[in-house]
Design a protein. Sequence first.
Length: 205
Amino acid sequence: MKLVPISALGTHNYCACQIILRYIRKMHPGTDKVYDGITAHRLLDTEFIKSADIEDTVDNIITRAKKENTIFCTREIKVRSKQHRLIGRIDEVELHPEKVIIIDDKPNARAYMSSKLQVTGYCIAFKDNYSIKKDIYAAVRDRDTGVIIWMEKFESNSPLAKTVKTSVESILALVAGKMRPEPPIDTGRCNSCGYFDRCTYKHDF
């Protein structure tokens, strides 16, 4: 693994063992929640495409937002950062005249640390992809209600950004076999894990 999928940041925060199970052993959690999530994201993308009225590059839209004093939205933006070794696809980006909001959709009304780290990773990669002088905000949105449940101005040296960078190092070390994953202290995470029946790292119950 040369670049870390940004979604792996949330996975790593939940349980480092899942990094091995998913990216090395190529297992996938076959839970109903996973399939429901995939379906929900596809529906959001379909509805967005139906209402979309322009086709343009992100760079051009950034310029147009300020010039036309208008808010533009775009979905499924691919980002890649060699510097920070991150790659991913952002759920939605709102381009305002004076700011940019990076949005990650989640199936709940609570912004977990894993979600905050993931959207912060998107902000890091987005900033590396586009020469933008506007303020960037990270936001977590309840996928089912469309309500923003957490938003914070992105800072390159914030505690969240620093945790993203250390998480990338840990993920790469795990994948390279230089570090052994440990199950989370919270055993409840094992009970609700989609890999529970196949995990060789889980707590003994």
